[in-house]
Design a binder for this molecule. Sequence first.
Ligand SMILES: NC(=O)c1ccc[n+]([C@@H]2O[C@H](COP(=O)([O-])OP(=O)(O)OC[C@H]3O[C@@H](n4cnc5c(N)ncnc54)[C@H](OP(=O)(O)O)[C@@H]3O)[C@@H](O)[C@H]2O)c1
Ligand SMILES: *[C@@H]1O[C@H](CO)[C@@H](O)[C@H](O)[C@H]1NC(C)=O
Length: 319
Amino acid sequence: MIHPIAYCILPTILLLVAVRKYRESKWGKCKNKVKLDGKIALVTGANSGIGFEIAKELAARNAQVILACRSLKKAQSSADKIKKLLFNNPTLVPMELDLASLKSVKLFSEMVKEKFSEIHILINNAGVAYPKSQRLQTADGFEMHFGTNHLGHFYLTNLLESLVANGKGRVVVVASSLHEKGKLDIKAIQSLEFEDRENLYANSKLANVYFAQEFAKRSKDKGIKVYAICPGWVYTSLFRYSFKWYHLIMVAPVAFFFMRSAKQGSQTAIYCATEPSLENETGFLYRDCKKYNSKAIFYDKLATELWDESQNMVNAIMK
Ligand SMILES: NC(=O)c1ccc[n+]([C@@H]2O[C@H](COP(=O)([O-])OP(=O)(O)OC[C@H]3O[C@@H](n4cnc5c(N)ncnc54)[C@H](OP(=O)(O)O)[C@@H]3O)[C@@H](O)[C@H]2O)c1
Ligand SMILES: *[C@@H]1O[C@H](CO)[C@@H](O)[C@H](O)[C@H]1NC(C)=O
């Protein structure tokens, strides 16, 4: 005899799964099958989460992929993992890049320039998120989120701009819809004076979006296309510094409906890197494999200011 409760449990589970499937269908999938033979791609933070999935997919499409990771060891093991998962024997180039050190960014770019003369796809993906209470700095003394998520990529992109221009390449900036909660206060960034519990991660993601807009303007004539994306809420190690086990109980129900796998979270970046119909678009923000209307208000003047100040910060360190 089946217990009557079983009659309730099964439909409930089916309903929950149906809701999850419905949500998944809204997240967007990169549907094109564009092959990337002969193309060179570079992915920062390619050893984990979204970056790993992007690197794997680009390699599956036959691009040569530079895996730029915080240590050579991580890059190497990421390359080994991808090779094992794919059957097309891809060319993967593991390299060391620490975005929290401008010297490392410079050294890395010089090595890339020695090996390659063009880049077709640059994915600025790496990022950190620390608890709000923590006030950390990069090797060069910049606020950690701003320094890693924005400034390191700012410098990297500028150093590699000529290679991307040669490839008439695309640059994908992995931002976040959390940028809508961010603030961009250049003075506070310079003086490292932030209000208590201010969301420095969100601020850095706002800087990412501003950077994408400004770089799109500045590189348009060179044939470079720039796409800022929000991957959605994705199950990765990003929040490992603030995560406690009991959060699991609290977020599990919400996560079940809202949290994407790393592969699902990589779709919009892959879409922007490959989609032929985006060929003439630059400087916009995307989410769920389509254009996204940000709730934030953007000021052109602030975009220029951020650019100039970022340049000054780099100049001060890399005299
Ligand atoms: N997960 C989400 O819900 C979500 C939502 C919106 C946006 N995003 C964005 O998605 C991007 C990827 O994050 P993820 O979720 O995939 O998290 P993740 O699994 O933690 O991956 C982050 C990657 O960035 C690398 N990284 C961190 N600091 C670095 C540094 N100084 N130099 C070089 N690489 C560094 C990490 O390397 P290590 O392994 O060495 O730490 C790792 O490979 C980030 O930009 C994040 O802001 C994520
Ligand atoms: C992009 O612009 C070029 C030149 O104007 C045009 O020939 C091409 O069809 C456009 N591509 C797309 C996908 O709109």
